[in-house]
Write a protein that binds this ligand. Structure first.
Ligand SMILES: Cc1cc2nc3c(=O)[nH]c(=O)nc-3n(C[C@H](O)[C@H](O)[C@H](O)COP(=O)(O)OP(=O)(O)OC[C@H]3O[C@@H](n4cnc5c(N)ncnc54)[C@H](O)[C@@H]3O)c2cc1C
Length: 463
């Protein structure tokens, strides 16, 4: 597309908005970011819904396009696999990827724990360093007037005043409860669906040891799977872990409604997580201080309006956090749109193609994330499931170009999410047949099992 310098308004200076502003400025546009919150450097934290996040290949590719890899590398901790904790204290480690395949930072295939506030700050600061980007904190978008054909008119509330802004294009990166999307919802043929998960979450900090060291293995994401609820812990570079308990709000013996007193919370940890209890002396204090937060899912279509308004990140597709892909998929939106701006003849075509390409992938990663919740909380403690994973790992080792585990396709590749989901469903069907063999526990590592699985896979691919 021919380059004309334009004025962009990016509504929401979170992870996706600040990244997109950087990419847009690198393309030569003038960008204003309007962020509802105050500047975190003036004392108040940017806040957010989790303290740390898992960053994987899709996110890194977008960061690379924005020239941010070296800065983000400084705050990223490699996580090699998941470590499952049974109630009796036994643990099982499952690597996420292959140690012999170089990962994005050359550490072998792994994911990275990064601080949400730290990453957001790096992105906003990099955007601010750019001569063509201005960041306006304390500006809450209250309206977007979509009527003009030549520009978009926005209204912000800042210091109690209404401020009017005109921009050539508007990018709604204002999260799951997007004001830009709200306005699009009042236009013809815009589909919207919002759903809350019946489960919520609570965060508890595991402090570092007195010498600053970690209290558990720091290159792992720890999971205590307990049926329909689970505890998870992801390390932070300062020696702490952020522990997150995901559980139903109500309607079960173990649920937030029933953990309504210090005794009930203490009892829960004694019963279900006895190995972690001694590592959390601040459990009750954190429990009472931290809210029980909800998890919302949003689907909408289209992700653009005409050639001037576009939704990205959670504003377009808020998903549950169980695949560690919410931010990564939002960053991938930026990569895809940036690529389209190179190839599409004009903005109208680029944005239509963006919705066409990304909408099925947004739907797919939501489905994958919901499925992964069941896997993490319910199956990771199941011996049959662990055997299945061992067989799959063996298939991957024997046939690395043909058998790509679903987790690797989602986390370590750029395969479109909907294609990964379809491939994962085919693999599931094959593994069901494999696991149904009555003698599978004895023959799981035989050539016969591997060859039968691969024959089924090839037949499905050629069907
Ligand atoms: C518990 C939990 C754990 C998670 N873990 C992971 C993980 O490990 N890996 C991963 O990839 N993803 C994870 N996610 C998902 C990830 O947090 C989101 O996908 C990501 O934050 C989306 O980025 P965003 O910029 O689109 O939206 P947000 O991060 O929500 O940013 C939106 C910004 O817009 C601002 N804003 C909102 N309304 C307005 C307005 N009207 N005017 C101006 N500004 C406005 C907000 O203040 C905010 O700064 C997790 C989510 C949760 C809840």
């Amino acid at each position: 597309m021919e380059h004309v310098k334009e004025h962009f308004a990016v509504v929401g200076g979170g992870l996706v908005g600040s990244l997109w502003a950087l990419m847009a400025a690198r393309r030569g546009h003038r960008v204003d970011i309007f962020e509802r919150r105050e500047d975190p450097r003036n004392g108040r934290a940017l806040g957010g819904r989790s303290i740390n996040l898992a960053l994987s290949d899709r996110g890194w590719r977008a960061l690379e396009k924005a020239g941010m890899v070296d800065r983000v590398r400084e705050i990223a901790m490699p996580i090699q696999g998941r470590l499952m904790h049974a109630v009796d204290g036994t643990t099982t480690f499952q690597p996420y990827g292959r140690a012999d395949v170089p990962g994005v930072l050359g550490d072998g295939q792994c994911i990275y724990s990064v601080s949400r506030a730290g990453l957001n700050r790096l992105l906003v600061e990099a955007a601010e360093e750019h001569a063509d980007v201005s960041v306006h904190f304390g500006h809450k978008c209250t309206d977007v007037d979509l009527r003009s054909r030549d520009a978009v008119h926005l209204t912000f509330e800042a210091e109690g005043k209404a401020i009017e802004v005109e921009a050539d294009r508007v990018f709604g990166t204002d999260g799951a409860f997007s004001a830009v999307r709200d306005r699009m919802m009042r236009t013809d043929r815009f589909d919207f669906e919002q759903r809350y998960l019946a489960h919520g979450y609570k965060e508890i900090e595991m402090k570092a040891k007195a010498d600053g060291g970690f209290r558990m293995r720091e290159d792992a994401l720890h999971i205590w799977p307990r049926g329909n609820f689970m505890l998870m812990a992801l390390p932070n570079p300062n020696g702490t872990f952020t522990c997150t308990l995901f559980a139903p709000y109500e309607g079960h013996a173990e649920c937030f409604e029933n953990w309504d007193s210090d005794e009930a919370v203490q009892g829960l940890f004694e019963r279900q997580f006895p190995d972690v209890l001694p590592l959390l002396p601040n459990l009750l204090e954190d429990w009472n201080d931290h809210p029980t937060a909800s998890l919302v899912m949003v689907r909408c279509e289209p992700w653009h309006r005409g050639e001037r308004v576009c939704l990205m990140g959670d504003a377009a597709h808020a998903i549950v956090p169980f695949y560690g892909q919410g931010m990564n998929s939002g960053m991938e939106d930026c990569t895809v749109l940036d690529d389209l701006l190179d190839s599409a003849p004009d903005w109208g075509a680029a944005l239509s193609e963006y919705t066409r390409l990304r909408k099925p992938d947004g739907d797919a990663i939501l489905e994958l994330a919901l499925r992964n919740y069941v896997e993490m909380r319910d199956l990771t403690g199941d011996p049959r499931f662990l055997l299945q994973k061992k067989i799959e790992a063996r298939l991957q080792r024997l046939y690395p170009d043909e058998w790509l585990p679903l987790y690797s396709q989602v986390t370590f590749s750029h395969t479109r999410y909907h294609e990964a989901l379809a491939a994962g469903k085919a693999q599931d069907a094959i593994m069901q047949e494999v696991m149904d063999r009555p003698d599978i526990a004895e023959v799981w590592d035989s050539d016969e099992v591997a060859e039968a699985a691969m024959a089924r896979l090839r037949a499905l691919q050629h069907a």
